[in-house]
Design a protein around this ligand. Structure first.
Ligand code: ADP
Ligand code: MG
Length: 214
């Protein structure tokens, strides 16, 4: 079977899977942030996604923009660290670009994810190699586009995006941070994975799983 569209329900499942992954990997995310930051990335993401889960409740899925704007606004208002406004902006822009629809085709989902990434850049000014979540998200969005250009279906494209995110996360290991709290450490930030790149990989793995099992 080839999958060519995602519904609001599939995207709601994406959010639920991301919340579950963040809860499960909370200690690991905090450990990563304790090496090059202030040891709160796991707590920040878990607090934010718990608030999102409570906000969404068991409500029936509405439109894609309603869903993702709720996620974004909840993250912005419940997370104090840098990651709250960054992930919040990602979901707000993704939702805004998707619009008031209940289904997205592959091209529309690709455009929405690209807009989310652009929102993060507009907000945090990260560039490739700065050792931030951009280093996982940008290759993920590029891989998603490349797979679709290659006529892959959505399952394969989302899987390619998740794999690219993981490679991007791993490639942050030797980098010296140039943005965020880790940049205060200068050269001492090298030799550690970026926590935000780790959580962003969970985000794309959750998307791939939600689409594959829809
Ligand atoms: P804080 O740094 O305020 O403690 P978190 O620990 O929750 O917030 O999040 C840290 C992560 O945020 C970093 O690992 C990095 O990936 C990401 N980050 C920080 N600043 C930026 C930025 N300007 N652009 C993109 N991502 C950033
Ligand atoms: Mg932190």
């Amino acid at each position: 079977m080839t999958t060519r569209t995602v519904t609001t329900a599939t995207l709601q499942d994406w959010i639920a899977r991301f919340a579950a992954a963040v809860a499960e990997k909370r200690e690991w995310l905090t450990e990563l942030d304790s090496a090059i930051g202030d040891a709160d990335h796991g707590a920040n993401m878990a607090r934010g996604m718990t608030a999102v889960t409570e906000k969404l409740g068991a409500g029936a899925p509405g439109t894609v923009d309603e869903l993702l704007k709720t996620v974004g606004m909840t993250l912005v208002s419940s997370v104090g660290g840098a990651s709250g406004p960054l992930y919040g902006t990602f979901f707000l822009r993704t939702g805004m670009t998707a619009g008031a629809v209940t289904e997205l085709d592959a091209g529309a989902l690709a455009a929405a994810l690209r807009a989310g990434l652009d929102g993060i850049v507009a907000r945090g000014k990260a560039e490739a190699g700065d050792k931030t979540l951009f280093d996982a998200m940008s290759p993920a969005v590029d891989a998603f586009d490349a797979a679709l250009a290659d006529d892959a279906d959505l399952i394969a494209a989302a899987q390619a995006a998740a794999e690219a995110a993981a490679r991007g996360r791993d490639a942050t290991l030797p980098l010296v941070a140039r943005k965020g709290r880790a940049s205060y450490l200068g050269e001492r930030s090298a030799g550690h994975l970026d926590p935000g790149a780790a959580s962003t990989t969970l985000l794309f793995e959750a998307l791939a799983a939600a689409i594959a099992e829809a």
